[in-house]
Design a protein around this ligand. Structure first.
Ligand SMILES: Cc1ncc(COP(=O)(O)O)c(C=O)c1O
Length: 319
């Protein structure tokens, strides 16, 4: 059975037998979606990907894909950086994903993983003169990190990669070694998550999440030019904050602002909205998720599950 865990998902053959993947232009059983060890992307990390959630609404017996179009627009932008052409428009990719989820027949929360990868079986460091292919698969998926009690974070000793080295703006598979260094360091040190600084020493983001602080009733988040992924959840939460009349300031954030913030939370497709209650052994606020975090948390989860008409446009029904 594919099991959602706090940080990992493990699979066994029984359950994957019922799942499908799109690869090389067609649908095949997930277990048959294989690539060669000589594939360029496997050797050099030359692929771009997305992480997308679909939420099961038991009352409506409906599975809702969350902002599929925004994810596929972003994968197009990421692919362009790697000199790749995605063989389908964002709208076509939405339709392919709906078809995949219908084939999988999932009646629970799911995580969708599209990857556009350099598929040439070729050795040599470069981005040009290589073929590319698209694969998409989905797995049942619960929480990635705690979203209720709050997590304990550490400012990482690993710096976020710079735009002039490996751009954080694009979801490049190879660049996730950077976040992996930070996440593993944090967890081996007994924390739940890492917060990374950029090369200037300003706060950038978590290992796989954007970050928000609350100061004096306003949200503060690093700008997209501070080496962060231009997160879709980040954008949604900024829109929700606007609808609630909560101000949002995008500006560079110093490390020590983390220690004096009233509230801090991380957000992303995987993490959803995770309150941070401790950073570098300093309590954030009163050590519990704060009022603005809780308000946004409730709206985000209700909206994602199709329980808020105002945000229904984020969702694509699968069935
Ligand atoms: C490095 C990084 N930052 C931020 C995010 C959040 O982005 P999104 O909300 O689009 O999932 C992610 C998650 O995908 C990520 O990997």
């Amino acid at each position: 059975m594919l099991k959602p865990g706090t940080t990992t998902v493990t699979a066994d053959a029984d359950h994957t037998a019922n799942l499908w993947a799109f690869i090389r232009g067609g649908f095949v059983p997930l277990a048959e979606a294989q690539i060669s060890v000589t594939t360029h992307a496997f050797n050099y990390g030359t692929a771009v990907f997305e992480g997308i959630r679909a939420y099961w609404n038991a009352d409506e017996e409906q599975l809702f894909g969350l902002d599929l179009l925004a994810h596929y627009q972003r994968i197009h932008r990421s692919a362009k950086l790697l000199h790749m052409t995605v063989p389908h428009t964002p709208d076509e990719l939405v339709r392919l994903t709906v078809e995949l989820l219908r084939r999988d027949g999932l009646r629970e929360d799911a995580y969708i993983r599209p990857i556009v990868y350099k598929s040439s079986e070729s050795i040599g460091v470069r981005l040009h003169n290589l073929e590319s292919d698209l694969t998409i698969f989905a797995i049942p998926f619960g929480k990635y990190i705690d979203t209720e009690v709050g997590i304990r974070a550490q400012v990482s000793t690993w710096r976020r990669t710079d735009d002039n080295a490996i751009p954080a703006r694009a979801k490049l598979t190879g660049s996730y070694v950077n976040g992996s260094f930070a996440k593993t360091e944090a967890q081996l040190n007994g924390f739940d998550e890492a917060i990374m600084l950029n090369q200037d020493g300003h706060v950038s983001e978590g290992s796989a999440e954007n970050i928000f602080l609350v100061r004096d009733g306003m949200l503060v988040t690093p700008p997209v030019s501070d080496n962060v992924l231009e997160g879709i959840t980040r954008r949604h939460l900024m829109d929700v904050a606007g609808d609630l009349g909560i101000g949002v300031i995008e500006r560079s954030v110093d490390r020590t602002e983390l220690y004096s913030a009233d509230e801090v939370f991380l957000c992303g497709t995987g993490a959803q909205l995770a309150p941070v209650i401790e950073i570098d052994r300093r309590t954030v606020g009163n050590g519990k998720p704060g009022p603005i975090t809780r308000r946004l948390h409730k709206i985000y989860f209700d909206a994602a599950r199709g329980r808020m008409d105002a945000y229904r446009h984020w969702l694509t029904p699968v069935y």
